[in-house]
Design a protein around this ligand. Structure first.
Ligand code: SF4
Ligand code: SF4
Length: 380
């Protein structure tokens, strides 16, 4: 089969270990079974870093287009910006079939079978770097320009736990490992069953990092049972910090410390960005540069690259609009497969036409009733 060259995503410790395993374990077996010889292994990052020994993304894509690069390896444990690296490469002409996922490194020894299967084509890998899901569509803060349109949800809309449990098991048939799982909304702490969701994702995806994303308004009044489950499951609390919580911040931090849970707090949000438009964009290429395209969302038995296929219904209903509500893949379709899910999550859809490729900053404000289009759309 001849010689091939490989690039590994990031030259950190994980990347270096993956390189060693490929050189010493995978390469000899690949050569023996297929005659393919791995001639060269380099590292890649978004920007060239000669100190770390990394080429930049542009150079990597150029090598691929010139036929000097045949395989791009993504170590599972290099979660950060993993799928953005893939979409930015696809945007520059790299074929999705060139990406391979390196298995999690969990011990110093590998079986023969583990070495043979150390690299899996990304499009067939039962793995997602990130998944998020709502457990409440409504919110107790109702920010203007909330990307999930939570302020336009005028009644309590909680996810049905039993249905969600079935849906997550269905997803698990095709995706059995996830990097980060975030429980959010709306405001997830409004859901009285939140601990059931935390335990469920811990049971089904024990290797994932589990995070609850909250605006913090309810953190002081959550019952002890909530904090016990958060602590016992090593769940991380991430508080998006808004002006109405400023006077409670010290008390919240004291409570989180007292309860012994891991937490982080964002910078104070005094500005949001807005990118929704009503005049459709001509192309769909901006999908590959969209940050939210990596916010893979599970909702009502369907999965989508981002949350908008599921929440656009609230915008359409409020303002009698007809924005596309496409982009979701029904996990219960016949002939569902891991590859179908993977390819779907890397494919733009019609709803993307209503997201501009340029966001504009808008001051953070609470929405007033009745809401107006300019609360959500940058050009009317
Ligand atoms: S706190 Fe978050 S979910 Fe709630 S309205 Fe604001 S941005 Fe949306
Ligand atoms: S609809 Fe498409 S462009 Fe808009 S946020 Fe989602 S993935 Fe990005």
């Amino acid at each position: 089969m001849g010689d091939i060259n490989i690039a590994i995503w990031q030259a950190n410790d994980v990347g270096q270990t993956v390189k060693t395993i490929i050189e010493l374990g995978y390469a000899p077996r690949l050569e023996k079974s297929t005659g393919t010889h791995i001639a060269n292994i380099d590292f890649v990052a978004f920007e060239e870093d000669s100190e770390a020994g990394c080429m930049g993304l542009e150079e990597m894509c150029q090598r691929y287009r010139d036929g000097r690069l045949q395989m791009i390896v993504i170590p599972i444990q290099n979660y950060i910006a993993q799928s953005m690296f893939v979409t930015e490469s696809i945007a520059r002409g790299v074929d999705a079939n060139v990406f391979f996922l390196a298995s999690r490194i969990e011990s110093n020894t590998f079986t023969e079978e583990q070495l043979y299967s150390f690299l899996t084509p990304l499009m067939q890998a039962k793995y997602l770097p990130y998944l998020e899901f709502h457990i409440a569509d409504h919110c107790n803060l109702n920010c203007k320009a909330c990307e999930h349109y939570s302020g336009l949800v005028h009644e309590e809309i909680f996810t049905n736990y039993e249905k969600f449990e079935r849906d997550l098991h269905r997803l698990h048939e095709f995706i059995d490992d996830i990097g980060y799982i975030r429980i959010l909304g709306g405001e997830p702490l409004l859901n009285p069953e939140i601990t059931k969701y935390i335990k469920l994702i811990k049971d089904l995806y024990p290797k994932a990092a589990h995070v609850v994303v909250t605006n913090g308004l309810k953190l002081l009044s959550m019952p002890d049972e909530f904090y016990d489950v958060v602590r016992e499951t090593n769940t991380y609390i991430w508080m998006s910090y808004y002006p109405p919580v400023q006077n409670k911040r010290d008390a919240i931090e004291a409570k989180l410390r007292e309860k012994g849970v891991e937490y982080g707090i964002s910078e104070l949000n005094t500005e949001f960005t807005m990118k929704q438009v009503l005049k459709p964009m001509e192309g769909l290429g901006h999908f590959y540069h969209c940050m939210q395209a990596h916010c893979n969302n599970l909702y009502d038995g369907k999965i989508a690259a981002c949350f908008l296929p599921f929440t656009t219904k609230y915008f359409n209903a409020e303002f009698a609009q007809n924005l596309p509500e496409d982009g979701a893949l029904d996990l219960y379709e016949e002939a569902m497969s891991t590859e179908r899910i993977q390819r779907h999550l890397f494919t733009p859809f019609e709803r993307c036409r209503y997201c501009s490729d340029h966001s504009v900053p808008v001051p953070w404000e609470v929405m007033q009733e009745p809401s107006v289009l300019s609360d959500w759309v940058r050009e009317i």
